[in-house]
Design a binder for this molecule. Structure first.
Ligand code: NAD
Length: 251
């Protein structure tokens, strides 16, 4: 169905070299988009682009350096054309009891997972606004749906991400820019492996409250991202869509 295609669109996916970001990039390419993936590790990005094929490109960028983000977006638009879709996927986690989390650690998680998400979205939206169209996706987490121990800074950042999804949607939707958020449940990636693999009790707990009884695949998030970025979702803005096998409503 043509409403679900991304043909003719250019997407920028942060953290697109691995995990969920790579799966989003793959789903976008499959749906007909050209994709620029961005991250810090050039070798990882090169390998990802080789896997994604001729419609994928990469740019090296440390998103935590906010001052560089305007020039970063400008360079991408000069080289590849107007960005139609931005996916703010890059993120970091810190698993540590709250009593031991330092201010610097808390700040570092907020910087990458929230501050950079806002700054990059603003830079891209400033270019989308005069064109009167655009799509921005944010990625939150089950950590903003209910309390998870040992991830206090991550929870603060991801709760902020859900908050700004609504704040940006009311300001930017009248300009033709849709803003939506995906809240992945527990998805099989390096990040979740670090949090779950040496902690069988936590993993059992996750599975026991996931009605679909298994972890998600990165591709599950990729397909939802295609839908939300496509014309099929043209009347959807400001939502937080869980892609979680029912984890958020599990008992
Ligand atoms: P991942 O570690 O595989 O991917 C994160 C990516 O972000 C990496 O490519 C990394 O290089 C990039 N990144 C981190 N800091 C960066 C920076 N300063 N500048 C540029 N790039 C940077 O993790 P993932 O599991 O694929 O997570 C992707 C997103 O999904 C994150 O926002 C994460 O919080 C969210 N998420 C993941 C899960 C899960 O179960 N895996 C659940 C909920 C939410």
């Amino acid at each position: 169905m043509s409403e679900f295609t991304l043909k003719g669109s250019l997407a920028l996916v942060t953290g697109g070299g691995s995990g969920i970001g790579l799966a989003i990039a793959q789903a976008f390419v499959n749906a007909g988009a050209r994709v620029v993936i961005a991250g810090r590790r050039e070798a990882v990005l090169q390998a990802a682009v080789a896997q994604l094929g001729e419609n994928a490109f990469y740019k090296v960028c440390d998103l935590s350096v906010l001052e560089g983000l305007g020039a970063f977006v400008e360079n991408i638009e000069q080289e590849f054309g107007a960005v139609d879709i931005l996916v703010n996927n890059a993120g970091i986690n810190l698993k540590k009891p709250a009593l031991e989390v330092t201010d610097a650690e808390f700040q570092n998680i907020l910087q990458v997972n929230l501050q950079a998400v806002f700054a990059l979205s603003r830079e891209v939206a400033n270019r989308m606004a005069p064109r009167g169209k655009g799509n921005i996706l944010l990625i939150s987490s089950m950590a903003s749906q209910y309390g998870i121990p040992k991830v206090v800074a991550y929870t603060a950042a991801k709760s902020g991400v859900e908050g700004i999804t609504k704040a940006l949607a009311v300001e930017w939707s009248p300009l033709g820019i849709r803003i939506n958020c995906i809240a992945p449940g527990f998805i099989e990636t390096e990040m979740s492996a670090k949090a779950l693999n040496n902690d069988p009790e936590r993993k059992n707990r996750v599975l026991s409250r996931t009605p679909m009884q298994h972890l998600g695949k990165p591709e599950d998030v990729g397909l939802a991202a295609v839908f939300l970025s496509s014309r099929a979702a043209k009347y959807i803005t400001g939502v937080v869509l869980p892609v979680d096998g029912g984890n958020a409503i599990g008992f």
